[in-house]
Design a protein around this ligand. Structure first.
Ligand code: ME8
Length: 520
């Protein structure tokens, strides 16, 4: 087994069904996990639901159910979404689980033993929607002068007895962390934002509530529940079996990457490392704040009536298509916009017409004109150049960009190699060679066969179902489908030696039609 790689998504609030932002984050995390596996890493992917807090309690009250009933019902939709999107997680962590309560309480005890918790009184602004406290200076004016959080959500004046965490003592340590590990916060714009925020001086953080009881009980203070972010962040270590000293925790902690959205970077890069330092635990290696997805440029909301069910989207356009679109269309770290017509246009041009057509044309010609038979062949300069271009795009360019989490640039490099193959077919015109030079036709098709294998292995983390189907069709063994396998020299002759013939190919990506009501 290779070097461990632990990646997590945020845990979602199950106060409603999953939305497109949840799907985007889960897909991106799964692409990274599959890519890291493809490099030979020993990967663990964790996701889950964040079931406590006032937001959950209020929503349940509005619906006339208990918070646990709401959490149970909605969590199932998040699990179903992961299944529908082919998100292959290793652990789905729910914060209502007993082990999670125990882990959160142990983290609390360690922070208390380190002298970082004290009892006092909280007076200030709280946003239930963000589950966050804000300083007066951070608030913005809404309609009619109403006070709103910087995220535009309502805030309420809150006064209660509360435990506090000595966050003010961690400013210098956090700045030193950002300095010593420049990759700790990405993209860079977020790092600058956080460093500026910390440099202004941090206030101690209110970390318990007495006005409601839907949360993890504070050890020794039964009328207090933990501030939801204290227990939420702990999920990342609960899922590894902490606090038990176990092999999984020592293998996978600290996490390689917490993948989250841009709105919750503060919690992950200020609060979380401070809690961990206080408890004497190592901090994660990196936090990446991805951008937000907009629907035709607008935020999805119930009042606009433009809320998309990601499972329906995948059913309608195909899981691989939706995965490809999000990773290709949006520059990772920036906001992105989607619409049904953008999905259809992008995926028809790239997946159906360019890659799909290349595979279909090549494999059908091998099937029809060569009886599906592979064999050794002599290459020309043009063939060697094509294979070098494809290899470089897949094993070097795509790999480098994916390692840097630049998915769109990585796929673009891949697409250039697909275009090179299509230009090569047009130039070589194997259909014309059939009569004039059948041996050369065979060489051209076999060269394309080799290129298709590399192209398909490289894109597998993004479109696993279709790519695995193509690799099944061309007879690549299941344990030779990793980017780490692309450098192997003798795979083709090993493939030929099986003597297995190619069957009639099935289209990898059929063309999509845009339903009329969705036309822009
Ligand atoms: O924040 N586009 O949960 P959540 C892209 N429970 N990503 C989006 C998005 C959008 N339109 N809207 C939300 C929480 N997200 C906490 C996390 S972690 C210890 C606790 C992202 O259900 C958001 O940024 O509101 C977050 O990373 C994730 O979806 C879950 O959001």
């Amino acid at each position: 087994m290779g070097e461990p790689y632990y990646i997590t998504t945020a845990i979602s609030y199950p106060n409603g069904k999953p939305h497109i932002g949840h799907a985007y984050e889960a897909i991106a995390a799964d692409v990274i996990a599959r890519f890291m596996k493809s490099l030979g890493r020993d990967v663990r992917l964790q996701t889950g639901t964040d079931e406590h807090g006032l937001k959950m309690a209020q929503k349940a009250r509005d619906l006339g159910v208990t918070p646990k009933q709401l959490a149970d019902e909605m969590t199932q939709h998040f699990i179903d979404m992961c299944d529908a999107l082919n998100v292959d997680y290793d652990k789905f962590q729910r914060t209502t689980e007993a082990a999670h309560h125990a882990a959160s309480q142990e983290l609390w005890r360690r922070m208390e033993a380190n002298g970082d918790l004290y009892l006092s009184r909280y007076e200030g602004w709280y946003s239930v929607r963000d589950e966050a406290y804000y300083d007066e200076s951070e608030l913005v004016a809404g309609e009619g002068g109403a006070k709103l959080s910087p995220q535009g959500t309502p805030v309420e004046w809150t006064v209660e007895e509360s435990w506090f965490f000595r966050l003010s003592a961690y400013g210098d340590k956090l700045l030193a962390l950002y300095e010593s590990n420049p990759d700790f916060i990405r993209p860079e714009s977020r790092r600058n934002e956080m460093a500026a925020f910390v440099s202004q001086g941090l206030r101690d953080l209110s970390v318990s509530r007495t006005s409601f009881d839907w949360g993890v009980k504070v050890p020794g203070s039964d009328n207090h529940v933990m501030y939801v972010w204290v227990d939420a962040l702990t999920n990342y270590i609960t899922g590894l079996g902490w606090p038990d000293e176990n092999e999984m925790f020592s293998k996978f902690w600290p996490a390689n990457l917490h993948l989250i959205g841009k709105d919750i970077v503060r919690f992950h890069t200020i609060y979380w490392p401070a809690f961990l330092m206080s408890a004497g635990l190592p901090v994660p290696q990196a936090v990446f704040g991805h951008g937000f997805l907009l629907n035709r440029g607008q935020k999805e909301s119930k009042s606009l009536g433009n809320v998309t069910d990601p499972v329906e989207l995948a059913t309608r356009f195909g899981v691989d298509t939706v995965r490809y679109f999000f990773m290709r269309e949006v520059a990772f770290g920036q906001d992105g916009s989607w619409s049904p017509d953008a999905i259809v246009t992008r995926c028809n041009a790239e997946l159906a017409n360019s890659y799909g057509n290349l595979v279909q044309r090549t494999l059908s010609m091998i099937f029809k004109n060569m009886d599906g038979q592979l064999a050794a062949f002599a290459t020309t300069e043009a063939d060697d150049a094509l294979l070098a271009t494809v290899h470089e795009a897949c094993a070097v360019d795509l790999r480098r960009e994916f390692e840097a989490l630049n998915f769109s640039a990585g796929i673009e490099a891949w697409m250039r190699a697909v275009f090179a193959c299509n230009a090569y077919i047009d130039e070589q015109a194997p259909w014309a060679l059939r009569k004039t030079d059948p041996e050369r036709m065979r060489a051209v098709l076999l060269c394309l066969f080799m290129a298709i294998r590399d192209l398909t292995i490289a894109i597998l983390p993004v479109v696993p179902t279709a790519a695995n189907r193509v690799l099944d069709q061309i007879g690549i063994p299941a344990d030779e489908r990793r980017i780490a396998d692309l450098g192997k020299a003798d795979w083709y002759m090993a493939r030929v030696a099986t003597g297995e013939r190619l069957a009639a190919p099935q289209p990898a990506f059929p063309r999509l039609e845009l339903p009329e009501d969705d036309a822009a």
